[in-house]
Design a protein around this ligand. Structure first.
Ligand SMILES: [Zn+2]
Length: 471
């Protein structure tokens, strides 16, 4: 399989496109005709071949997920992950390896149990949402008020839910680009606030995910300033189904739930940085990255060990090639993304008065490890260079804006040009933020395609005279 894929990539680079929708297959097929005409430079050929033949990202991700495991922003495990990243970046030959620390409030999970009390007593699988307050130590027991969607709750009158546990269902749609996530995520972010405004004492939601396994999906939630803070947890999809069937019987359904998470005050996090210093324009920066923190239920393989593996692995391929990029290639392992993009904002704070205006192009991998199927860019000049990056990889360029990824968003907002290889995320939300986000889900060939794409981006952005800022 592996050698077949290598030879396929040598001609068209269209690995994995069969996984996405028919429409995307068509786009890919038409692009393969273009690809055959694209003349790769010997340097690009060398980088792509080395990336595809290698296991750079696969090995780095294996190391992080095995030797560190889960690493929540601000936790002792995230601190160990920073030390791991410093050592790994040095080992692969990056220069100027350093940690840029920042402080952040730290939330830690506790006990989390739930059960139906009446009419059909039985346990349910739940998990606290990140940032949730606790229930009383002996839990809450209350009648369920059911809302099939978040919109139904928002349309409910003020008051009327006093003393009740609100259950918000609503299914997330699968899509290669994860388009269903934003709408589905509203109940996770705002469910507690909307329920509390109407008098509820706690909330359970159907997990924001697309699987049918009995794993609940965690993820950060937020409280509005002026509304009572009530505990909120996610049910696995089968448990949400079970609760819906129970409610369909028309009897009063009572839920018992105990959550004991805690906010533990300020802790340290940080961004880990390593570079290949440019040979001709060292002050100009091409930035790639992923986020080092993860949720605590799995080992953070697809979210986002893979992004660390892909960005550092691509730098490793370039170092091993002996090629000397003209611009500085900077790899950033961002801290504390899951809990509020804190590393991305801290990066802007640390660099806004020094070199942020010298960042010519940035991208991130934070959508798993499946092959990229389209390329997007938000650049003021040099779109043709980004089109070349897409062409040599045999990935269609689409005329659509991007902020480059969650951790790149804050610097993009400050004027840093961004581009993105859009990975096939059709199955991403089957695993996202669950105990099932583990290393076995990563395929060595698929992640290698991402490494090849990142080497191409880093090399071509370094070699061109354009700075993508329109300056
Ligand atoms: Zn992520």
């Amino acid at each position: 399989m592996r050698s077949f894929l290598i030879s396929l990539l040598a001609t068209t680079c269209l690995v994995g496109c069969s996984d996405v929708s028919t429409q995307l297959d068509k786009a890919a097929a038409s692009t393969s005709e273009v690809v055959s005409k694209v003349k790769r430079s010997p340097e690009v050929d060398k980088l792509i071949n080395a990336a595809i033949a290698g296991t750079h990202a696969y090995d780095i991700t294996e190391s992080l997920t095995t030797e560190i495991g889960p690493r929540v922003g601000g936790s002792p495990q995230e601190a160990l992950a920073r030390e791991w990243a410093v050592a790994k970046f040095k080992e692969i030959g990056l220069q100027n390896v350093r940690i840029e620390p920042f402080t952040m409030p730290y939330w830690e999970r506790g006990i989390e149990t739930a059960s139906i009390v009446t009419p059909f007593p039985q346990p349910l699988y739940i998990t606290s949402l990140g940032g949730s307050v606790a229930t009383p130590a002996d839990g809450i027991e209350a009648e369920i008020a059911y809302f099939p969607t978040f919109e139904a709750l928002k349309n409910a009158p003020a008051g009327g839910l006093e003393g009740k546990v609100v259950f918000i269902s609503g299914r997330m749609k699968k899509a290669p680009d994860g388009a269903g996530y934003g709408p589905a995520n509203q109940k996770r972010r705002q469910g507690a606030t909307e329920a509390a405004k109407r008098g509820a004492i706690a909330v359970v939601i159907r997990s924001v995910g697309t699987d049918s396994h009995r794993f609940p999906h965690t993820g950060m939630m937020r409280y509005a300033e002026d509304v009572k803070k009530i505990p909120i947890a996610a049910l696995s999809a089968p448990d949400a189904d079970q609760l819906e069937r129970t409610l369909e019987r028309g009897q009063t359904v009572t839920l018992k739930m105990t959550l004991t998470p805690k906010w533990l005050g300020d802790r340290q996090s940080g961004n880990v940085i390593g570079e290949i210093i440019g040979s001709e324009r060292p002050d100009e920066i091409v930035l790639v990255g992923g986020h080092l923190d993860s949720w605590d239920l799995g080992t953070g393989a697809i979210d986002d060990g893979a992004g660390i593996g892909i960005s550092a692995g691509a730098a490793q391929v370039i170092i091993e090639s002996g090629l000397k990029p003209k611009r500085t290639l900077r790899v950033v392992a961002f801290g504390a993304e899951e809990v509020g993009l804190l590393g991305g904002y801290a990066y802007v704070e640390a660099h806004k008065d020094t070199d942020l205006d010298k960042h010519v192009l940035a991208t991130e991998s934070d959508f798993g490890a499946k092959p990229a199927y389209e390329v997007k860019a938000s650049v003021k000049s040099g779109e043709s260079v980004v089109r070349d990056m897409a062409d040599v990889m045999g990935i269609p360029f689409v005329d659509a804006a991007t902020n480059g990824g969650p951790d790149i968003g804050p610097m993009f907002a400050q004027g840093v040009p961004a581009m993105r290889f859009q990975q096939d995320g059709t199955d991403y939300f089957d695993l996202h933020h669950t105990p099932d986000d583990t290393f076995d889900k990563i395929d060595a060939d698929e992640i290698a395609q991402n490494v090849a794409a990142f080497t191409v981006m880093m090399w071509l952005a370094s070699e061109t005279d354009t700075n993508f800022r329109g300056e």
